[in-house]
Design a protein around this ligand. Structure first.
Ligand SMILES: Cc1ncc(COP(=O)(O)O)c(C=O)c1O
Length: 235
């Protein structure tokens, strides 16, 4: 899924197309995690993860992972070793411990996120909801084919633009307001004024980011608490 538009690209189709043009396929698999989607099995050349997100899963550390063939990784390894992005042993230990719980955490993130997406879809104040495993998602069939579950991120567009978005976010009590995602705790982000503020309005609209767009990273809290917070913030 793309960030924050939750567009799904058919990876098998993309790989076939790229091969005819001799182009490498690199997938940012951050939202899906290796538990939900494995791009290399679908033919991609490189799969990258911001391990800072769901892989750590607890907002504790920064890290990244690049997966690919020995041949491709050799070049990246040389660059990484000499230009700075080398992980400390402590961070590597934290992240390797986190991998032990990735599957159970993702099951809960996905279960909660699907319920949030379904709930939001039924709210009149919400213009649009994007979640890979919602039947209304335009690429639902592709998501079902290549992802095990829908992931922990739900993107919505609220009626009323930036004013309505900030009122909703200000009213949230349990959600954190941050540009981060993939934490145990639920997070709300307003992409147009934070993560994607450097794009022009036109560029944002091209990738589906409106002034009323809010990205929700659904945490591991009890679903009743999550829905209660969203309900009171929408009221
Ligand atoms: C989808 C996606 N890819 C990559 C990144 C980059 O992550 P990092 O800052 O850990 O390199 C982010 C983080 O914002 C992200 O959301």
């Amino acid at each position: 899924p793309s960030n924050p538009g939750i567009d799904i690209i058919d990876l098998e189709w993309l790989v076939k197309l790229a091969k005819t043009k001799n182009i490498l396929v690199v997938v940012d698999n951050c939202f899906a995690t290796p538990y939900l989607q494995q791009p290399i099995k679908l033919g991609a050349d490189i799969s990258i993860h911001s391990a800072t997100k769901f892989i750590d899963g607890q907002g504790r550390t920064l890290g990244g992972i690049i997966l690919g063939s020995n041949k491709l990784i050799k070049d990246i390894e040389g660059f990484a070793r000499h230009s700075g992005p080398a992980m400390s042993p402590f961070n590597a230990w934290l992240l390797s411990k986190s991998l032990e719980t990735l599957a159970v955490r993702m099951d809960r993130h996905c279960e909660n996120a699907l319920k949030v997406a379904e709930f939001l879809e039924a709210q009149p104040s919400i213009k649009k909801v994007r979640y890979p495993f919602l039947k209304s998602h335009p690429q639902y069939e592709i998501a079902k084919k290549q992802m095990k579950q829908g992931g922990g991120i739900v993107t919505l567009v609220i009626h009323g633009g930036v004013e309505a978005a900030s009122t909703f976010m200000d009213k949230l009590k349990m959600f954190s307001i941050s540009a981060n995602l993939g934490d145990t705790r639920s997070i709300a982000t307003h992409p147009a004024t934070s993560t994607h503020s450097k794009l022009t309005e036109e560029q944002r609209l091209e990738v589906g980011i409106e002034q009323g767009t809010i990205r929700l990273s659904i945490g591991l809290e009890h679903i009743d608490d999550i829905l209660k917070d969203i309900t009171q913030a929408l009221s």
